[in-house]
Ligand binder design. Structure first.
Ligand code: ADP
Ligand code: G6P
Length: 487
């Protein structure tokens, strides 16, 4: 896999389910590489810019993987997934078993042994791919719930490596985690790392409790000590692993510059004009995912329209929903429901030329999203559960003019930091409606004070700070890697 020019391998390797770019084939056969969806790629793309490193990940389509290729200083190493593996490992175990369990079982998780077998097999393939490109003593940064077995599988192959893992999503309470028939194997997989990073202190605590309860490990302070096991399935190596909160962030400076650029400023004016220059624009920007609370948000908006508290053309709501995981049943049902609700609301409350809810089921470039943020007088970030939610941090940063207001669910990781937002419990529709009205009607000076505190927080804790904290914690991890005799 490694071309001759780098036969000694890379000192820094990232492994994530997705590469930073996805390959799309157009009907005429032409190929386009597009930025992959989601917060993981947004954050890691800026961290990896100009770093000499390898990124091991899937190129977003089933079948044979393309050859490794360079993107600036970064070597992209595609891992192949067959059609069956996309269905069983990615759509199945990752997104229909783990995702619901790790997000408070908002929809019921599905358990299939065949999905687990595919998850193991693909995790082994990732571990192999990383072992091939990593230099002696390299630092390896594994990401997210799709690759929880990689740390131990990699350590078995390459004890010389320093291995860190970061969870971009919540880690569930032990009562939910314990439902997983493969809970012990997953914990043992993670304990192959030297350092485990989580979004919130609660996530790290949940992980430590799971280690205690499922593996009978000792957890003191933020270190888990595990004596190993006789069970060959679980591996035998005793380990001491640190687990702590390192909340992720955004490239604040890059976004501020982009948001202030003349092109984006022109788009702000154009977008506002195409909405009919309303007095108030409410905005939601999410992947179309049941964790994001879009249903609850629409319910609140529908009721506010019904109560006559808001009405077009003065107040309009724009919902941007990125297409996501469209072959997973829960996502298909969600899309049907959301689109039905938007249709009903517009049927009842729009007039010719005055649309109450603008719904865009599309992906946009970063410039367009930065423009939309500046159009939004009130940003609605109302997930039922979210590891962090980068959109909240992006919104406050993009508002370099000091305007705007952020309504933020208390069930996001971002709520731990963005305390001056208009906090809401999205399950409480009456409370959500009141909060939205408050964010619209509060006096401008109070809103500006809140936004300025929020912007300062993100400015002082940006994505580079996050990466620095994670990598320092990994370098200072309690267990030292072994010297490899095989290389
Ligand atoms: P998640 O990782 O669960 O999707 P985050 O809020 O953490 O949620 O990150 C989402 C990222 O995707 C943000 O960087 C956001 O700007 C971007 N994004 C969201 N919707 C769109 C869209 N329709 N087009 C392009 N980028 C989008
Ligand atoms: C979240 C997850 C990422 C995932 C992204 C997009 O951010 O934490 O691991 O890549 O959503 O989801 P997808 O299934 O399209 O990769």
């Amino acid at each position: 896999m490694v071309p001759a020019s780098s036969s000694s391998g890379f000192d820094f390797v990232v492994a994530a389910n997705r590469l930073p770019v996805d390959r799309h084939v157009h009907p005429d056969g032409s190929v386009e590489w597009r930025t992959s969806p989601g917060g993981l790629v947004t954050a890691m793309e800026s961290v990896m810019q100009d770093r000499e490193a390898a990124w091991v990940g899937w190129a977003g389509f089933a079948g044979e993987a393309p050859e490794p290729f360079d993107d600036g200083a970064l070597r992209l190493c595609p891992v192949p997934l067959s059609t069956e593996e996309v269905a069983d490992y990615y759509e199945g175990f990752s997104n229909d078993t783990l995702w619901p369990i790790y997000h408070d079982v908002i929809v019921p998780p599905t358990f299939h042994r065949s999905w687990w077998h595919a998850y193991r097999r693909v995790n082994e393939r990732f571990a192999e791919a990383v072992a091939e490109v990593a230099a002696e003593g390299a630092t390896v940064w594994v990401h997210d719930y799709q690759l929880q077995l990689v740390p131990a599988l990699l350590r078995d192959r390459r004890p010389d490596l320093r291995i860190g893992w970061f969870n971009h999503i919540p880690f569930p309470p032990v009562e939910l985690f314990s439902q997983l028939p493969w809970r012990a194997a997953i914990l043992r997989g993670l304990l192959g790392a030297d350092f485990l990073g989580f979004q919130r202190a609660d996530d790290a605590r949940n992980f430590m409790r799971a280690c205690r309860s499922v593996l009978r490990a000792t957890a003191k302070g933020d270190v888990v000590t595990w004596a190993g096991a006789d069970d060959a399935q679980l591996g035998a190596a005793p380990r001491r692993v640190r687990a702590a909160a390192v909340p992720i962030s955004i490239d604040a400076q890059g976004l501020r510059e982009l948001a202030g650029s003349p092109e984006v400023q022109d788009r702000v004016t154009e977008i506002r004009a195409s909405l009919g220059n309303p007095k108030v624009v409410l905005l939601g920007v999410d992947r179309l995912d049941y964790t994001k609370g879009i249903r609850h948000r629409l319910r609140a908006i529908g009721e506010l329209l019904e109560d006559g508290e808001i009405a077009p053309p003065d107040v309009v709501f724009v919902q941007i929903a990125t297409p996501s995981r469209e072959r997973v049943e829960a996502y298909r049902l969600l899309r049907e429901e959301i689109e039905g609700t938007v249709g009903r609301i517009n049927g009842d409350f729009s007039h010719l030329g005055d649309t109450a809810v603008h719904y865009l089921h599309q992906s946009f470039g970063r410039e367009e999203i930065a423009a939309f943020f500046q159009v939004a007088d009130v940003m609605l970030v109302t997930p039922l559960r979210d590891g962090m939610n980068l959109v909240a941090k992006e919104y406050v940063t993009a508002r370099h003019d000091g305007g705007g207001a952020l309504v933020l669910s208390e069930f996001t990781g971002a709520a731990m930091e963005l305390r001056q937002a208009y906090m809401c419990n999205p399950h409480d529709i009456a409370g959500l409606k009141e909060t939205i009205l408050r964010a619209i009607r509060d006096n401008p000076a109070a809103k500006r004070r809140r936004m300025s505190a929020l912007r300062r927080r993100v400015h002082n804790h940006d994505v580079q700070t996050w990466a620095g904290e994670f990598l320092s914690a990994l370098a200072a991890a309690p267990d030292r890697p072994a010297k490899s005799s095989s290389r």
